[in-house]
Design a protein around this ligand. Structure first.
Ligand SMILES: [Zn+2]
Length: 283
């Protein structure tokens, strides 16, 4: 599952290779890829053909390309990729939608082995596609409002990691980055949000931004070839993780052994010394 930094890398690639170009043809090769587009595949193609891509935007893990007042919205799901591929390159088996451009340059191909991702045209969605109205800004957006988030967290009775994963509070933070940010901020994942001081929320969100920035630095390759895999393999997961997936290994800060707890059908990794468990919520 791509996380926010990977999607941001994809956005940058699209900005460089697709923005300013006029779409010549749209071929939907697998209808499932546009299942969320109300008008179906033919309408999807008709709404995009002949239009110029005006930008490449992102909120959390959603990407959209404004075309006039509308937007081509993409969610990559588990395995979706947006590939910039030379126009004469044969189609790979998992290409679901192919866009060609009037300049005859490289194609944009939406490839998705497991077809959990999808594309749709959002009418009047250039600024913010309406289907995303319930999704809060992510920490890298200008629209992100720390004071608003702090207030919402402190009036809610929930655990801090649940709050980080709640897209109505803040978007784009997945399980891995949540664990990494909580370790940096020295906060246990179950800490009740209504007991957090504003400074702790600020520290945590600074940690989130730092973790994202490092992942972007690792994944921020320059796209200078036509064979661009605009997929955003950052390499971050192998190199820079401090707690996630490291159960039983020493904490890089204090040497205590990292523990793993079950969390919402997944896992939470934390350091027992740097991130002590809350007792009766008295923090
Ligand atoms: Zn530690």
């Amino acid at each position: 599952m791509p996380e926010l930094p990977e999607v941001e890398v994809v956005r940058r690639g699209l900005e460089q290779f697709v923005v300013g170009r006029r779409i010549a043809t749209v071929e939907v090769l697998h209808p499932r890829a546009v299942r969320r587009h109300e008008g179906g595949p033919a309408d999807f193609a008709a709404r995009l053909t002949g239009r110029t891509v005006d930008g490449a935007r992102r909120r959390g893990k959603y990407l959209w390309l404004p075309v006039g007042d509308d937007a081509l919205l993409a969610h990559l799901g588990m395995s979706g990729q947006l590939l910039i591929v030379r126009a004469d390159e044969p189609l790979s088996p998992h290409v679901r939608v192919r866009f060609t451009f009037a300049d005859g340059g490289a194609d944009l191909r939406f490839t998705d082995q497991r077809t959990f991702g999808h594309l749709l045209v959002a009418a009047d969605g250039a600024q913010l596609p309406p289907v995303m109205a319930h999704i809060a800004p992510d920490p890298l957006e200008d629209a992100f409002d720390l004071a608003w988030l702090t207030k919402r967290m402190r009036t809610r009775k929930t655990g801090i990691k649940r709050a980080l994963l709640d897209q109505s509070l803040v978007s784009g933070i997945g399980n891995i980055y949540a664990d990494e940010a909580l370790w940096r901020a020295k906060l246990h994942w179950a800490r009740p949000t209504d007991r957090l001081r504003p400074g702790q929320v600020a520290g945590l969100m600074a940690a989130v931004t730092d973790v994202f920035a490092e992942a972007l630095k690792d994944g921020g390759t320059s796209f200078d070839s036509l064979y661009v895999n605009v997929n955003g393999e950052s390499g971050y997961f192998e190199r820079s993780l401090n707690v996630y997936g490291r159960a039983g290994e020493p904490c890089r800060r204090c040497g205590a052994l990292i523990r793993r707890d079950p969390f919402m059908n997944r896992s939470s990794y934390s350091c027992p010394v740097c991130q002590p468990r809350p007792r009766n919520g008295r923090w």
